[in-house]
Design a protein around this ligand. Structure first.
Ligand SMILES: Nc1nc2c(c(=O)[nH]1)N[C@H]1C(S)=C(S)[C@@H](COP(=O)(O)OP(=O)(O)OC[C@H]3O[C@@H](n4cnc5c(N)ncnc54)[C@H](O)[C@@H]3O)O[C@H]1N2
Ligand code: MOO
Length: 410
């Protein structure tokens, strides 16, 4: 008997809102981690600067610390001040200059640094001297080559907001003000199941009807940029019992499952039937192209999204639904709202028929060149810099504005 599981026909915004609602219901717990181990984690709290940086006024140059108001003809040079050492007798008197190194604390009574290469020096039997009169005035101006207290970071200022992904520059910033421990969200554990008897691993011979499993690599790469832990990446045959059993066991151990393929209305597309048997699930037929079919469900503790198998449909389904789902679950502020995006200009005219289109583009400066491709053609993705969103029934001319999303970052 043919079994029918009817999809809900929806607009993109409805499906997007449903997926985000699903994600918000399962925010990951938090943990405290040493900053050293927090690369790629999402902040669970705002971080405020615990200190001023610089904490003390510092020299930006190797040279001589002077008082710019001092009109003495020459200055007796005092002992060196190094980055980590302030001489105890560091109150400068009239007619004195302090030999100083980059990063050293500015002695009291100094308000400018004369770099070594601009200094005119004199050695006499009674000591070393820095000569005053012939130096260009700008080298003597107040504050010259001095890093002021708090000029980089002010104590108490909000350095990073909750929801920020701790990448390289964020961690370095926190380290610069002495943060050693951060409160972050636990990374969601993710499993990816590519489904299909036809799927063949690269390196294996291709038998008739076989398809190389490109989506496995596509998803592995796309996921690598997110704050998640990829715990399983498996290929399963088109067998009801095998898929159902694996889903059930993954539902006990992971936070998120992405399936790819086997989700449409073909005779061996078991997924809709399995999810229906499991209970609560949504099956969307989204009024857009590509990535029309999408299913979402909760299986045990796991959130499941069933992505379509055509590689470009997989790509768009990931960018538009899977990535926001994971970002929200992981506590991350969403980088992209698909109603916004950068405004760029079309490099050539574009006609859109009866549904919303997501179109890969080459970006050249502030212009984008649309790239025609069917959902099964992965070769175009490699040449694209991102994609644009174009509403149904649009007739766009060269130079018209379109919304651009950088989506080929990996
Ligand atoms: N009667 C209908 N048929 C189809 C509809 C529809 O509305 N009515 N929608 C079409 C659209 S749109 C899409 S997208 C696909 C989605 O189908 P599935 O998600 O079930 O995907 P499969 O049938 O398993 O595969 C589709 C296509 O992609 C290839 N594929 C699958 N997995 C991979 C992989 N891991 N790596 C590379 N290529 C893969 C697969 O061999 C097929 O060629 O349904 C349409 N049909
Ligand atoms: O969404 Mo299918 O998304 O056109 O290949």
């Amino acid at each position: 008997m043919l079994m029918q599981v009817n999809p809900m026909i929806v607009e993109f915004e409805q499906a997007y809102a449903a997926v985000l609602q699903q994600a918000r219901s399962v925010l990951m717990p938090t943990e405290s981690l040493p900053l050293w181990q927090a690369q790629g984690r999402v902040l669970a709290q705002d971080v405020f600067a615990p200190i001023n940086w610089p904490t003390w006024p510092q020299s930006a140059m190797d040279g001589f610390a002077i008082n710019s108001q001092d009109r003495s003809a020459r200055f007796r040079i005092l002992a060196s001040a190094f980055a980590d050492k302030v001489p105890s007798d560091c109150v400068l008197q009239a007619g004195q200059a302090q030999r100083i190194m980059t990063g050293a604390v500015i002695p009291q009574g100094c308000d400018a640094i004369v770099p070594l290469e601009y200094a005119v020096l004199q050695t006499t039997p009674d000591g070393d001297w820095l000569l005053n009169p012939n130096l260009p005035h700008k080298l003597w101006s107040q504050g010259r080559h001095i890093k002021a207290v708090g000029s980089d970071v002010r104590q108490g200022e909000k350095l990073l907001a909750k929801g920020t992904l701790l990448a390289t520059k964020e961690r370095a910033l926190l380290a610069s003000v002495g943060c050693s421990q951060v409160s972050v969200f636990v990374k969601p554990k993710v499993a990816v199941l590519t489904l299909g008897d036809e799927l063949t691993d690269p390196g294996e011979p291709l038998t008739q009807g076989g398809v190389y499993n490109a989506n496995r690599f596509l998803l592995q790469g796309l996921l690598s940029g997110l704050s998640i832990e990829l715990v399983a990446m498996e290929t399963l045959p088109d067998e009801y019992a095998v898929i159902a059993q694996r889903l059930q066991s993954l539902g006990q151990t992971v936070d998120c499952i992405f399936t790819v393929g086997g989700s449409s209305v073909g005779d061996k597309d078991w997924l809709p039937k399995i999810l229906q048997a499991e209970g609560h699930f949504h099956r969307f037929k989204i009024n857009m192209k590509p990535a029309k079919p999408l299913m979402s469900a909760q299986l045990g503790r796991a959130q499941l999204l069933a992505l379509p198998g055509n590689p470009l449909a997989t790509y768009f389904s990931f960018q538009l639904f899977a990535k926001p789902l994971l970002q929200v679950m992981a506590g991350q502020a969403l980088a992209t709202e698909f109603a916004q995006g950068e405004e760029l200009r079309l490099a050539e005219p574009l006609q859109i028929a009866d549904k919303l289109r997501w179109i890969l583009v080459r970006r050249v400066g502030s212009e984008v060149w649309p790239m025609q491709a069917s959902a099964s053609q992965l070769s175009v993705l490699q040449k694209a810099q991102g994609f644009i969103r174009v509403a149904a029934h649009q007739s766009l001319a060269k130079g018209d504005r379109v919304r651009f999303f950088a989506g080929t970052e990996c």
